[in-house]
Design a protein around this ligand. Structure first.
Ligand code: SF4
Length: 507
C-alpha cells in the first residue's frame, strides 16, 4: 500500500515544480493534484482520507505576497511512511516581491517547499530543488555569465541546494562538453537517427516501445522497406546535404539478421555517408544479438562507435529484468567486438535495479574494469509509467529500488579508473534516488550525438517508428515532429510521417 497525498494549489502556478519536488522526496507515494477552489465542488479531493499538501498565496499589499506551504499528515502511520518526525501539521511561509521576475519568484517558492521537506524528513536531495532535466545547461549559463569555476559551483549550492559533488559533476561535464563542441559548427549541419524497434525479448524496465522479434519477424523486411522510403524522403528534404552524425538505435539494431543489417547499412552508406561525417554509432546493445558476422558487416562501413550493453553483470538481476542473456555472453560479445577492430565501444549500466545494492553494483563494476570499454553510460533507473516494472511495482516493492550517493560515487570512480571523465548528463522524472544519467568517456571517445541531442545543439532528423525529429530554430527554440510509436501504424502511415517532417522543415 502506497501513501497517498493530495496536493492542492491556491492558483495555477508552479504546479510541475512542486509536484516534482514532492515526488523526489517521496517517490513511492501516489500524488494527485488540483486547485483549492475546485476542491469539494465535484468531490475531487479527499483531504480527510489522505495526507494533504497545500501551496497558497496571500496578498499582503500592492508590492508583495506571502507564499504559504502547509503539510498535514493523515495520521501517525502516514507521517512515519513519509519519514516525518511527527504527525503534527507543518506550516511555513515566505514573502515574495511582485516586482521580481518569474524565475526569482519560482526559486523562492521551490526553496520554501524544499527547505520544509528537507528539514522535516532529514533528507537532502543530491540535486537540491532543481527539477529540470538539464542541470549542465544551467552550469554552462553560469560559466557564460562570467563566473569562475568555484563561483559557479558555489552558486549552484547556495541557490538550488545542489550538493557539492553534483555541482562539481555539472561543472566538469559542462567544461568537457564545451571543449568537445568548441570547433564544431553544430548549427550548420544536422544529425540522423535511425530506429530499429526490435529486441529479442522486452526488458522489464523498457520504455522505448521496442517489439519482441519473434512476434514481428515476418514484418522486419517490410519495416526496412518503409524505413528506406522514409530515409529517401529525408535525403530529398535535405537536398543532398549529408549529416554530421548518424545514430542507429532502437530497440536493438543487431536484432536484424546479417543480410538485413547489410541491406540497411548499404542503403545508409550510399545515401548519407560523406566526408563530413564525424561519427557513426550503431547500438549493438543486447549481447545476445551480436555475432562475428554482424560485426564484420558493420566494419565494412565507417561505423565509429558501437554499444555492448550489460546493464548489470549479475545473472540473477538479468534474469529478473527479462534480458534473457548471460553475463558470459556480454563479455564474449565485447571481446568479439574488440577482435573485430572496434576501438570505441560503449557500455550502458543501470543502477537502482530491483534487488541491487552496493555489493551487486561493485561486482558489476569489477567485471567492467576487466573488459575496459572506451565509454560508460550510467543510467539511474526511472520508473516510467508505461514500463512493466512500473506495472509490477507492487510485486517488486519488497526489493530494493535503492540508489545512493555511494553507488553513484562507485560508478564515477570506476569511470575514472578507466581513464574517463563525464561528458554528458541528464535527469529524468521519477529517477531512482533523484539522481542522474551520466555519460563518461576516454579522451576522443565521447559521443557527439549524445551531446547534440541532450543539449539541443543541432537539428536531429528521426526516422523509424517512434522516432522524434527535433528542429532547432535560429533563436534556440525547438520544434518537433513525432513518428507514431505503433509499428503497424508506422508501416501504414509513412507518407503522413514524411509530410509532418516536410512541414516542420519549412519552418
Ligand atoms: S534492450 Fe533496450 S530497447 Fe530492447 S527491450 Fe531492453 S530496454 Fe527496451
Amino acid at each position: 500500500m502506497h501513501t497517498r497525498i493530495t496536493l492542492l494549489f491556491g492558483r495555477h502556478d508552479f504546479e510541475y515544480d512542486i509536484y516534482s519536488l514532492l515526488k523526489a522526496f517521496w517517490p513511492q507515494a501516489e500524488i494527485s493534484s488540483g486547485y483549492a477552489e475546485e476542491a469539494g465542488e465535484e468531490d475531487l479531493f479527499t483531504q480527510d482520507k489522505e495526507t494533504l499538501c497545500e501551496l497558497t498565496f496571500r496578498e499582503d499589499g500592492t508590492d508583495s505576497e506571502t507564499v504559504c506551504f502547509r503539510l498535514t499528515p493523515l495520521n501517525a502511520e502516514d507521517a512515519a511512511a513519509l519519514k516525518l518526525s511527527s504527525e503534527e501539521e507543518i506550516y511555513r511561509e515566505t514573502e515574495v516581491c511582485l516586482s521580481w521576475d518569474r524565475i526569482t519568484i519560482k526559486n523562492h517558492v521551490k526553496e520554501l517547499v524544499y527547505r520544509t521537506l528537507s528539514e522535516e524528513t532529514g533528507v537532502r536531495l543530491p540535486w537540491g530543488d532543481l527539477t529540470g532535466i538539464r542541470p549542465v545547461k544551467l552550469m554552462s549559463g553560469l560559466l557564460d555569465s562570467g563566473l569562475a569555476d568555484d563561483e559557479a559551483v558555489k552558486y549552484m549550492q547556495d541557490t538550488w541546494f545542489v550538493s557539492n559533488g553534483k555541482a562539481k559533476l555539472a561543472l566538469h561535464t559542462a567544461r568537457r562538453e564545451e571543449s568537445i563542441m568548441r570547433d564544431f559548427p553544430a548549427k550548420e549541419g544536422y544529425s540522423l537517427y535511425i530506429g530499429i524497434p526490435f529486441c529479442p525479448t522486452i526488458c522489464l524496465y523498457c520504455s522505448f516501445g521496442s517489439h519482441p522479434l519473434n512476434r514481428w519477424k515476418k514484418k522486419t523486411d517490410l519495416y526496412l522497406d518503409v524505413l528506406e522510403k522514409e530515409l529517401l524522403g529525408v535525403a530529398d528534404m535535405m537536398q543532398g546535404r549529408r549529416p554530421d552524425t548518424i545514430y542507429v538505435g532502437g530497440g536493438t539494431p543487431t536484432s536484424l539478421s546479417e543480410q538485413q543489417l547489410l541491406r540497411l547499412m548499404t542503403f545508409v552508406g550510399d545515401t548519407f555517408v560523406s566526408d563530413r561525417l564525424r561519427e557513426f554509432t550503431v547500438e549493438a546493445g543486447r549481447p545476445d544479438t551480436i555475432t562475428a558476422e554482424k560485426l564484420a558487416v558493420l566494419r565494412q562501413f565507417p561505423v565509429s562507435r558501437i554499444s555492448v550493453n550489460p546493464q548489470t553483470m549479475n545473472q540473477q538481476t538479468l534474469d529478473r529484468i527479462g534480458r534473457q542473456h548471460t553475463v558470459e555472453e556480454t563479455a564474449a560479445a565485447f571481446i568479439l567486438a574488440r577482435e573485430a577492430g572496434f576501438d570505441n565501444i560503449n557500455m550502458d549500466l543501470i543502477v537502482g535495479l530491483p534487488g541491487e545494492g552496493e555489493k551487486e553494483v561493485a561486482h558489476t563494476l569489477e567485471e567492467i574494469r576487466k573488459l575496459g570499454p572506451d565509454s560508460l553510460t550510467v543510467h539511474s533507473l526511472a520508473l516510467k509509467r508505461a514500463t512493466r516494472l512500473h506495472l509490477f511495482r507492487d510485486v517488486y516493492e519488497e526489493e530494493s529500488f535503492a540508489n545512493s550517493e555511494r553507488i553513484m560515487e562507485m560508478t564515477e570512480q570506476c569511470a575514472a579508473d578507466l581513464g574517463m571523465t563525464p561528458y554528458y548528463l541528464y535527469r529524468q522524472k521519477n529517477i531512482a534516488g533523484n539522481f542522474e544519467n551520466v555519460g563518461y568517456a576516454r579522451t576522443g571517445k565521447a559521443c557527439l550525438y549524445n551531446i547534440l541531442i541532450m543539449e539541443q545543439r543541432q537539428t536531429i532528423l528521426g526516422t523509424g517508428s517512434g522516432a522524434s525529429t527535433k528542429l532547432i530554430l535560429d533563436d534556440g527554440r525547438v520544434e518537433r515532429a513525432e513518428n507514431v510509436k505503433d509499428l503497424g501504424q508506422y508501416l501504414e502511415r509513412i507518407d503522413e510521417m514524411l509530410e509532418r517532417k516536410r512541414e516542420l522543415l519549412r519552418l
